[in-house]
Design a protein around this ligand. Structure first.
Ligand code: MN
Length: 297
């Protein structure tokens, strides 16, 4: 079992609370992560190096988009490099627009198709045409499926990064009609919190895993912290009640720790300014330890 290589995605301008750009820096200094010999920080890519001293609120929609594309191109290149080195990566965000970089990099680095389990309270399946807020952290699922602005869908390569049958969303409980329509028409599997209550988290995660590994060469997890109940992850910009139980989630995912098809994962929307008693930090560490189970046991 290998070390985990962190990639920091210091992004906030894709979301509402810009404080999430401090997420990777705060987590880098977290005292919850033990056994430092099993962790390494490949890089932290910071949106502030593209702001050129300008305040977030003075940016136009086009400038904001261009900055997010620039940061995500760096994230994608970093993920690509880690995969080439045969390292397992973990992107730490930052607002969830970082997923466009993470999974564009991963999809471009592998020979076969990519599978993805997307843990989130939201669908993240807007485009500029449907989004009310125009916030890009609500668009990564659409972009990876090939919908929306070409600057987002064509990151690194023009090829579509993810086939709808290789994607499964879980924990969804807050969304808009247009997003649900896009995912339904594309044929993406979505498990809501009601599905979890009825069938159980373990059954659905097993089913999701089966689906995303059926015809793919590799798979990963994109974990938005708001997928969890706010009890386990208060430090996030858009919390929604009735979410996933984090300790149960960690217990289940640890079974894939040694799976060579698991190429990497991502934990997004960590906003240290909103955390309470390091609860969110501890949940992040719980996820990382679950995927490092064989190293730590
Ligand atoms: Mn999200």
């Amino acid at each position: 079992m290998k070390k985990i290589h962190f990639i920091g995605a210091a992004l906030g301008i894709g979301g509402y609370h810009h404080g999430s750009s401090d997420g990777p820096f705060a987590f880098q200094h977290s005292t919850t992560l033990q056994n430092p010999e099993y962790y390494d920080w490949a890089n932290i890519i910071d949106e502030r190096s593209y702001l050129l001293g300008r305040a977030n609120k003075t940016l136009s929609q086009t400038e904001r988009l261009d900055m997010i594309v620039n940061v995500n191109t760096q994230i994608a290149a970093c993920v690509f490099e880690q995969i080439t080195l045969k390292h397992r990566f973990c992107t730490i965000g930052g607002d969830h627009s970082c997923a466009i970089g993470t999974w564009s990099g991963a999809a471009s680095a592998i020979d076969g198709d990519l599978g993805l389990i997307w843990v989130d309270a939201h669908m993240d399946a807007h485009t500029f045409d449907t989004s009310h807020t125009k916030n890009i952290h609500g668009m990564p699922v659409a972009a990876l499926l090939g919908y929306g602005d070409k600057k987002l869908t064509h990151l690194l390569t023009e090829k579509t990064k993810l086939k709808p049958e290789n994607l499964c969303l879980i924990g969804v409980r807050s969304f808009e009609y247009e997003e649900a329509e896009l995912l339904k028409n594309a044929g993406v599997t979505v498990y809501t919190n009601t599905d979890i209550q009825q069938e159980g988290l373990e059954v659905l995660l097993e089913r999701a895993h089966k689906q995303v590994t059926r015809s793919t060469s590799h798979f990963g997890f994109s974990i938005d912290l708001d997928g969890f109940d706010p009890e386990f992850a208060p430090g996030t910009g858009t919390p929604v009640a009735c979410g996933i139980n984090a300790p149960e989630f960690c217990r289940i995912i640890s079974r894939w720790a040694g799976d060579s098809q698991l190429i990497g994962y991502e934990i997004a929307e960590y906003n240290p300014h909103l955390d309470k008693d390091s609860i969110t930090e501890k949940t992040m560490t719980c996820i990382i330890n679950a995927f490092q189970k064989e190293v730590l046991s």
